[in-house]
Design a protein around this ligand. Structure first.
Ligand SMILES: Cc1cc2nc3c(=O)[nH]c(=O)nc-3n(C[C@H](O)[C@H](O)[C@H](O)COP(=O)(O)O)c2cc1C
Length: 186
């Protein structure tokens, strides 16, 4: 039997009731049988300072090690001012450095996101795709999971209750496993 695909997921927002964290939790409940997924909490990653990039804090070392060990990455992004939030970009920048030790190099990646607006993080996700060029990641094209009006799809306990959204997340995970297998060497 083929080895399981390991996925490292991160993102969501820092706020307690984050709809994006709800998406991430829903994804953890729906991991396909031939895969395993772990979420990494990026909240503790300090602001990136290039003067200190060779003495990275333990949390960044841990984050990089988890990314490198994974077959694929799943990034869950809110949309802030038509782009990805600063703390998420900061985590990505931190794990991409120092030059020559980019943890994301060659990784397949998928995205999803939820917003309270009508475009469901489309603009943020396309900015994220742009970052993947220099990161040398391999973004999966479809399905796109952009969840609009998230306040109507997540209940007060932080559970994604909308059936279509849950189905889309499931489809995304299944497609990511197939996508990641194309890059897996062992
Ligand atoms: C600083 C800031 C900027 C925002 N900009 C956008 C935006 O550009 N597009 C959008 O659809 N929603 C925007 N929103 C609203 C977010 O969609 C909403 O706050 C959402 O709940 C954030 O995700 P979260 O629930 O995971 O925290 C913004 C919110 C904040 C705090």
């Amino acid at each position: 039997m083929a080895k399981k695909i390991s996925i490292l997921a991160f993102g969501g927002s820092l706020r307690k009731g984050s709809y994006n964290k709800a998406l991430l939790r829903a994804a953890l409940e729906m991991v396909p049988g031939d895969a395993q997924m772990e979420a990494f909490d990026i909240a503790a990653i300090p602001s990136f300072n290039q003067d200190l990039e060779k003495e990275q804090p333990q949390v960044v070392k841990d984050f990089k090690a988890k990314i490198k060990a994974a077959d694929a990455v799943l990034i869950v992004t809110p949309e802030y001012n038509y782009s990805i939030p600063g703390f998420l970009k900061n985590a990505i920048d931190s794990a991409s450095r120092p030059y020559g030790d980019n943890a994301f190099d060659g990784k397949p990646v998928a995205f999803m996101g939820a917003s309270i607006g009508m475009l469901g993080t489309a603009r943020a996700q396309y900015h994220l795709r742009q970052c993947c060029v220099w990161l040398n990641m391999y973004p999966m094209n479809q399905p796109e999971v952009m969840v609009p009006f998230a306040q109507e799809k997540v209940d007060e306990n932080g559970r994604v209750t909308d059936a279509k959204t849950r189905e889309k997340i499931k489809e995304l995970l299944e497609a990511l496993v197939v996508w990641a297998r194309k890059f897996k060497k062992d």
